[in-house]
Each structure stands twice: as C-alpha cells, then as structure tokens.
Design a protein around this ligand. Structure first.
Ligand code: GLN
Length: 483
C-alpha cells in the first residue's frame, strides 16, 4: 500500500480494496514506526482520521476527486487553521494558525487527508534541514546524511513513504535540492502560479510553493489542485490552469534541450556529471536534440541571491516582535527589551545572520551598492534565461553539485552551504519553473536531473519528466528499510 502512487491509491479507494480510514491508519502507524527520521513536527492524528472518515463518505457518494482520501502532509510553512504552524522556529512554537493557507484550503477542498506538518529549516533558510528548531531530519537513504533543505522533512517523508505526497516551498532551491537528495520528484512552479497566501514569507519575490511526490504524474495531480489565481495574493497570476494530466502523453520527438556549459564546470562532482549525461542520453533516445547554451551571468546568482533574499527576509521577519505573533520573552523591562530579547531568544543563528545581512544591505549608504546592484544582476540573469529559452525548449543540468552530504558537514561553513544551491538559485531569480527528477545513484545516494522551462510551462515540464519515467525506474527505488 505504501509504495502506491496517488492514481493507484485512488483506484483502490474506489474499488473498495481499502478505505481512506484504513489507509490513513496505516500511514499514521508508519509515521510512529519511523519517528527517528524526525520528518514530522506535528502529527494531526485525530484530525486525519476525521478527514478520512469524511473522505470515505464522499467516495461512497461518488463525487470524489483524485486526491480525496489520500494521506498527504504539509510543509510547516503553510498555515493550517487550528493546527500548530511553526515554520521550523522557536519563534512560532506556540503559534496556532487562525486560518488556512490557500494551498492547505485547496487540499482540504479536494478531500485530501492531512497527516501532519513537516519539518523544515527555520523560516526556510537552509539547504540541509539542520537549522530547524526541531532538530535535523535524517535522509532515509543514509541516516547520517542530510535530506537537503529547506523542504527536508517533506522530501524524507515522501521518500520513506510517510506520506503519499507532500508540499514544499522553493525560494532558492528548497523543493528541487531536497527532492534530488532523497530521490523523489519535485516541481517549483513559475512565480505566481501557486498562491502564497498563508505561506509564511521568507523572500516574497522568490518564494513559491509546489508539489513533491514519487513521480511526475503525482506531481501533476498535486499541481492541478495547488495552482490557480488567488485574489488574496497580489502576485498571483490570473491565467487558466491547464489540464496537467492530459498533457502527460505527448511525444518528445523534436524536443530541443539546452545544456548550459556553466552548469558542468568545476565544482560539479564527476559521478553526478556522468549521471546527468546518461539522463540526457535517454532523452536523445526519446527523440530530443541537445545543444550547448551559455549563461554567462550564472556565476553571479549566489551573490545576488544572498543580498536580495536576506534583504526581503529582514523586512518580512520584522513582524515577529514579541507582541503580535509567537514567542515573547519573560518579564520585559520595557518595549525595547521586549523586542530585542524576544527576537534574540527565539530566532536561530542562521535566521539572525540573514536579518543582519539584509538590514545592512538595505541601510542608507549601502542600498545602492548592494541591493540595487543585486537587482540589476537579477535582470541580467533573467535575460540570459530568456535568450537561452528562445533557442531551446528546456534547459537541463544537475540540481546540486553533489549527492546528499553528511549531517554536520557544512553547517559550520555558511559559504560552503550556500554553494550547494549554485544550480537552483538563478531559476528563482528569473521566476521560472523547474523540476528535479530522479536520474540515478552515486554510491547509493540519489541524483536529481534538473529540467528548467519557460514561464508557465509546467505542463510541458511534467510531460518531459513523465516520458523519462516511462523508460527509467530511478523514481521507483525505495530506500532500504522503508520498502
Ligand atoms: N538554501 C537556500 C537558502 O537558504 C534556499 C532556501 C529555500 O529555497 N527556501 O536561502
């Protein structure tokens, strides 16, 4: 039952092979059994069983959707009404969200069963899930390795089959990199495709929620539910949502793939490079042609991101002041003491580092030198992608320079940690959609192929991933002990 996809489970629910209550109980038991991975911050057992009961009634009535009765989980960055929503921070350890994020609401409306809230880097700042107040998450492929971040709890839970599928968010790679490290399929949609309402903000001009699942078909089913215009999010784009499932059968004959030479230079592990090349070869067999493209500004992506993202985060996180939300220090002497101690005691080290960097970059005198310059670089990066995507249909490359690294290996060296996002960050700066698709293993650890498409080409990306998954089986491998 655990290894089934959404479509297979939907069939089982309809044929009466099992009920949603039975399915939900089985997943809840499995979450307890594998508690040591630390994937869940909150398990909503009682609520899940109520939702499963309601789903069974809806299934019996015959008005169910594909996700009705399917046990899913939410990254703990999405507000869920009446349920603790922490964003991985001590700051929100006592925060019960008073409303649902649009994404959570959409899963509810589809009749999905929420098993709980998934662990993540604090305020989504990190690449390893080690900045979480709730502790590191373990990678089910090697419990000494990180699952990636910031959606590490999501990736590990889906890989270990502790949820059928789950949500993630991606500001600089946080869907794609953990998906790659855990051997699952993840999609970061075009900026504006999925509502950010009720998704706790990190860097608002970059943040985007998306699906993390076993395969492209499940990701398509999830995105169908998640995508769409939302008047509660001013950056949500009012474009029709295509039928993602209907697009999965298209041939790839004549597909033009571009490989940016900057993606394959120094710093990329040679075994990962060979794995990506093998995947690209598979696409040649499916009828694609491959050419080299150049993205000269790619090397500026990390420096630009680490000005823009901290700048936005320093503004977004100013709302956590000990007054309105979350943690408040004890016995404040005065207002300044209340602010400084509440923030000082409740934010972790990485969050503080980013607030300091961002405040500095936005301060009078430095604003032009750092923030404005970074915004100009952002434009150049977008232009590079625009040019490349006028020559080819999609861009392919690695998701990360290596497979999952060890817990504790990079946490003391922020620069090295930041470099692990070298292939993902530029895509957020440009606002483009991109996927991570399981493409093989290096020394037993999963490798992700990145596929980057044009704005709102999620349907195309999903089909390109799906066609590959028809001729390869990397996405069906399961870590030992979690079969
Ligand atoms: N690792 C990147 C960061 O720490 C990206 C995080 C994300 O996408 N949320 O900012």
């Amino acid at each position: 039952m655990y290894n089934k996809t959404i479509a297979e489970l939907a069939k089982g629910l309809r044929s009466g092979e099992f009920s949603s209550v039975e399915l939900t109980k089985a997943f809840l038991a499995r979450i307890k059994q594998h508690n040591s991975l630390n994937t869940y911050i909150t398990v909503t057992e009682e609520l899940a069983l109520q939702e499963a009961q309601a789903a069974d009634e809806r299934l019996a009535k015959g008005d169910a959707e594909l996700l009705t009765g399917i046990p899913v989980a939410q990254k703990d960055i999405f507000c869920t009404e009446g349920v603790k929503t922490t964003c991985g921070s001590k700051m929100l350890d006592n925060f019960i969200a008073p409303y649902n994020a649009t994404v959570a609401e959409k899963f509810n409306n589809a009749g999905a069963v929420m098993l709980g809230k998934l662990n993540m880097d604090e305020f989504a700042m990190g690449s390893s899930n080690e900045t979480s107040y709730y502790g590191a998450v373990k990678n089910p492929w090697d419990t000494n390795a990180v699952p990636g971040g910031s959606s590490g709890g999501t990736a590990a839970a889906v890989a270990a089959r502790l949820a059928v599928c789950a949500t993630g968010t991606d500001t600089g790679g946080s869907i794609r990199q953990p998906a790659a490290f855990c051997g699952i399929t993840g999609l970061k949609p075009t900026y504006g495709r999925v509502s950010r309402y009720g998704m706790i903000a990190y860097a608002s001009s970059l943040d985007q929620g998306g699906p993390m699942a076993r395969n492209a078909e499940d990701a398509a089913i999830m995105l169908q539910t998640m995508a769409g215009f939302d008047d509660k999010d001013s950056t949500s784009v009012d474009l029709p949502v295509p039928d993602y499932m209907a697009g999965l059968g298209n041939s790839l004959q004549g597909l033009k793939i571009g490989l940016p030479k900057e993606f394959f230079g120094d710093g990329l592990n040679s075994d990962v490079a060979a794995t990506i090349e093998a995947a690209v070869n598979e696409y040649r067999k499916l009828g694609a042609t491959v050419t080299e493209v150049s993205m000269p500004t790619l090397k500026l992506a990390i420096p630009a991101y680490y000005v823009i993202a901290p700048a936005e985060c320093s503004a977004n996180l100013s709302r956590f002041d000990g007054v309105r939300f979350g943690y408040r220090c004890e016995n404040p002497a005065d207002l300044t003491d209340l602010y400084t101690r509440s923030r000082g005691e409740a934010f972790g080290k990485e969050v503080k580092r980013r607030i300091l960097m961002g405040t500095y970059a936005l301060s009078a005198g430095y604003y032009d030198a750092y923030y404005i310059k970074a915004q100009k670089i952002r434009r150049l990066i977008s232009d590079d992608f625009k040019k490349a995507l006028s020559e080819v249909d999609v861009i392919m490359g690695p998701v990360a320079p290596s497979t999952a690294f060890g817990i504790g290996e990079k946490i003391g060296n922020p620069i090295e940690m930041y470099l692990s996002d070298i292939y993902t960050i530029a895509i957020n700066l440009a606002g483009l959609p991109a996927m991570s698709v399981p493409a093989g293993f290096v020394k037993g650890m999963p490798v992700g192929l990145q596929i980057i498409g044009n704005y709102f080409a999620e349907d195309r990306l999903l089909n390109i991933a799906h066609q590959y998954q028809q001729v390869t089986d990397w996405h069906v491998h399961t870590p030992k002990g979690f079969e």
